[in-house]
Design a binder for this molecule. Sequence first.
Ligand SMILES: [Zn+2]
Length: 420
Amino acid sequence: MPSIPRVKVNQKPPDGALASSLKDLLKQGFYMGKVPLFVLGAGISNKRVAFINQMAERLVALIRSSQNVPVPIKQTLIKQGEAIQSGSASRSDAAEFFSTCQSGVPEAAIPSVWSDFCEELAIAGLTTSNGRFAGLFRLEKRPSAAFDPEPLAGPSPAHVAISSLLTVQACHVLNLNYDPLLLHAMAYLRESCDPNQISDAFHIIPLHSAQDIRKYYSSPNVAYQPSVVNARGDVFFARCTNDRCPEYAIDRSLDSRYTASSDVDVFRCTSCDLRTIKLQLSFPGYETKERLVQPILHQLREFLGFRTSVIVPIGLSGKWDPYLLSELFEWAMAYRISIVDVKPDKATVDVPTSFEGFRRRYFPSISTEFQASGSSYKQWPATADEFMDWIYSTVSAMAVFTNLPDLTSISAKQTSLQLR
Ligand SMILES: [Zn+2]
């Protein structure tokens, strides 16, 4: 396998018993053609891409300094924005805040606040009290480690490890993030390996809808190419605001825009050639938006239900995604598989994580003791980098991994890949 930047891991796997049970489960799974499903939340892009509360902080600062926003609107937005920052906002308040900021009241001069925000988010980078972020379109392919100087602009070691596993069909990926870091990590692998050895397995297809999933899994093409399912549709998307243009008001994925060769082209419409592209944030707080996750998860479960050994959310707070959590727990119950929830949060019995709180309330029958064959939920308290370092070494050391029928051809090729 291509060598990946290793992270320095200061802690042992938190629970020796959990680590050895998970290792056995993964191994058993590989024999049966089952691999883990990674569900990627914002935590994996920590320090590289702003979280929702950090975006709210920057928007509040822009609203405060705007001379044109009418006082009553200003007051409401500041109050909502501050509640998002402190973590006390309800999901509907948060949705309303982002929706007002970007759409709606032209006379309130909010549009200029939103344009300034998008320009910063995309190009210049946001500055918040927790640090500085690189512009979304200035993120790089070269990985960056936690100890590099800010802003961290490259994929994390965890992104690179996941991409490496994807090239040998050793995982499925459901992505909830809008950043292109996983695509960049794969591009880094392509650049690091001998070009003659690069196959379709080093190019990710992003899937955005139930229809995309159906097409991908029912393709008659037997050559493997990895896919990444984007579960929320897009959080951010691009929309042309030129009403003469055929693309006017049509939402397009940002995937294609990440290839823009210059900053000027990021906001240029490929149809009307004007710089009329605006970014839209589709915050998951509205119920209609959240429900979009259901057909995607149902479709995915239809194809992957029997091909998944364990569900592994990584850096997923769960706070904004009750429909997603519900789908994951239902999947675990229906197929009698476990959820190993990777996040560094220190939870206690009295103050559980959002995930554990949700389980207690809606799925109390799911055990919190890890089950090899049965549904269970267990937190693995670690960062994404620490956990991926563990799982990557564990999987690469498995003799079974290279002997699996489905993996043999690709992994044999993989092991012979030399870094240039
Ligand atoms: Zn246009």
